[in-house]
Design a protein around this ligand. Sequence first.
Ligand SMILES: [Zn+2]
Length: 484
Amino acid sequence: MRLRSSSALASLALLCAACAQRAPERQIVDDAAAALGGRDRILAVKTLVIEGDGKNGNLGQDLTPEATTEAFVLSGYKRAIDVAGRRVRLEQTRTPNFAYFQGMAPQKQVQGLDGDVAYTVAPNGAATRAANTVAKDRKAELYHHPLTIVRAALDPAAKLANPRTAGNERVVDVTTADGAQLTLAIDGTTKLPSRVVSMSDNTNLGDVAIETSFADYQDAGGLKLPSRLTTKTDNYTTAEIHIARQTVDADTGDLAAPAAAKAAPAIAGPAPATVTAEELAKGVWLLGGQSHHSVVVEFADHLTLIEAPQNDVRTLAVIAKARTLRPEKPLTQVVNTHHHFDHSGGIRAAVSEGLTVVTHKGNAAFYQSAVGRAHTIAPDALAKNTKPLKIETVDQELTLKDAMHTVVLYPIADNKHSDTMLMAYLPQEKILVEVDLFSPGSAAQPYAASLLEDIRRRNLKVDRIVPLHGAIAPFAELVKAAAN
Ligand SMILES: [Zn+2]
């Protein structure tokens, strides 16, 4: 009896030593909770509504691959979070501060997450379900706030790991009870959360860190909460939010996903590609079928593709179709119109298929980097079949020419869509291949005038515009669009 009792006492002593000297990963979370207003207050919170203004960056669509000057100015920003139920709804109105392809009018945006269902609601009230990848990012984004991440980290079912010091920060990795993986950093002095980071897959950039940093803490509902949130994807700032009002346990309204979105099937990946081939002239084909088109030109001993758009699914299907057009000739190169992510999302796939990339010189460093980036979260064709980048850049102009065909690649000067943009002119056929500057059928044509000016300045004889969005149009339609 005495022996057993003394061994019980010994274990009790050990236990107390452990509780007095808390595990360092637990200490970081407890310090953060205390700084925010205390564990009990945090766990009691049911909802949080934050309202303010700010701006969104134009990720992957700015003037150059490195530029970050274009932005959507935000008003009426309202983010309603059901903290316990892990549901969220964001409403905002965004106004482009640049010549946006849809025009300069303010756009109301509504998007949310309810369980596994991510959704958007269009201005006309129509709700659509977003892809599973979007739902996954929004689930992680729910924890990109001090209240939600610390609350999740206090959950006994959360896993805390890898406590460390980085500069003046204490940092810990958190796996939440629902499986989200995040990194929480707290200020070494104030103990307030300074940043949350999660990893995501980006088609163009590969494995990216999405980081939200917190500043200007204020008192709100018995808590300290930040009034400035800055979010970056990789090195690009995607959101800067200034919070004017934050209300703890406010009425959030209905945060359930709209019925149409809830009833829609889950979207597990990009839609399968449909590639049509239309011969525009002998040895010149338009590969269409969906939103982003490509063109194939036949040379004496090879084929050239213009545009590797969107993603692996689209570009690999386009490449496969191109190879059927003249099976005896190898497809050797792809001309890239510009760096915008929807037009360069297939560059890595093209490289994996051995194609040389021909692009504006302003894109060279970006593609060099893109081809070398890690894609471990969602391995793509190039990650599975690594190849170096073969690249040819265009400065003033570049003529691809042999006995069979001539294609002249021109940079398009002074357009407000992209500074690293090429158009392809086929003088024999009087065809001009371009994208985004003139998209027949589009309500706004903010760049048509600059395209027309460039065509006239170079004295090109154009019969047909072959856009990589929309239907083929006679030259007169461009003239008309440019006049409006
Ligand atoms: Zn574009």
